[in-house]
Design a protein around this ligand. Sequence first.
Ligand SMILES: *Cc1c(COP(=O)(O)O)cnc(C)c1O
Length: 413
Amino acid sequence: MSKKNFTPSFTTAALHADRKDKPEHGVLHKAIHTSVAFGYDDARELAAVFQGKKSGYAYGRQSNPTVEALARKVTQMEQGVSSVCFATGMAAIGSSLIALLRAGDHIVSSSFLFGNTNSLFATLQTFGIGVTFVDATAAANVAAAIQPNTRLVFVETIANPVTQICDLEGIGKLCAERKLVYFVDNTMTSPWLFVPKAVGASLVINALTKYIGGHGNALGGCVTDTGLYDWRGFGNIYDNYKNVDPTLWGITQIRKKGLRDFGAALAPESAHHLSVGADTLGLRMDKSCANAQAVAEFCSKHPKVSKVFYPGLPTHPQHARAKALFKNFGALMSIELIDGVDCFDFLNALELVVCSSNLGDTRTLGIPVAHTIYWEMGAQRRASMGVGDSMVRLSIGIEDTADLLADFTHALA
Ligand SMILES: *Cc1c(COP(=O)(O)O)cnc(C)c1O
């Protein structure tokens, strides 16, 4: 698989996306349309919009022009065919899965998973959807977990917080062979570093809250259909959503059922913030990745740091895979401190790094994971995910590199 699977004109295309839509007054940003309802002079036209015979807007929970402009921008970045935005990344994952799955279905999931997705999968199990967690760094483990009722395989690109990288290519081939939906959470890499379509993904999730929005000022999520999956082989599509090209059956059901039933629509104001942020995704990620590499190399040589988990280090178990698949190694890392160095004291000694739970912000953020975001899941599951008690997760931002290194030098001294 070629490494350069990103679109060469990525940033240019993002910057000019809204303008291409010939917006009112030649504005360069799609306007923030706050209207919930849309009026029609011809009642027949409204009926046609409702029946999916004509494109148009009917009610703000189902679609909005500002939100659609953002969805098109993400579709372009992911080289997909269609996207649906949601209020948060979790809303995108939860609404998509519930729109597509039924009781009695089964999912195979990577066990190295964002904590809230892990929590969602526990909830799905109480509603009769089976979930088998496997070490997805080897596709053979996924293959061994497939059952006759398996519908979907769910993985993340770089797992949080230990940065494991699944066998994205091998699982893609497996899903194609077994006609399974391949659902990839691309949040940690973003379409700037990796386009999951290149390894056969069917659906791609991006928490827009993180790198795509990038500034920690708006929540949002998006699911993109890559166009690779033939939904005629997926038994759960309702007849109502089969009046379009079969490539679009899945995303149509997600748009209709996902947004209608759960109502987690993205607000137009948030869509505007996220869209402005998306313009500079490539520039921000390049800087964050360069900073992350510098911090990881610094920490890996520091006597008070016992472990560094970062795909950009040659010692990382999937370093070669990351190098082959991604444009860079990401901006998320975790470190463990030697015995006797307290992770709370370390975080408190950092002056620049903000002690905070978000990631993918322009500012560098750090958090003691075992005691916060992974607290509720318990010690056993934490251990199975490789989360140690002194682990600090770092989401590296775009600060000037020397300032960051000075902050770490001082805090570890
Ligand atoms: C943050 C995150 C999500 C959820 O996004 P929200 O907008 O916070 O709901 C999903 N997946 C990954 C990998 C994330 O980091």
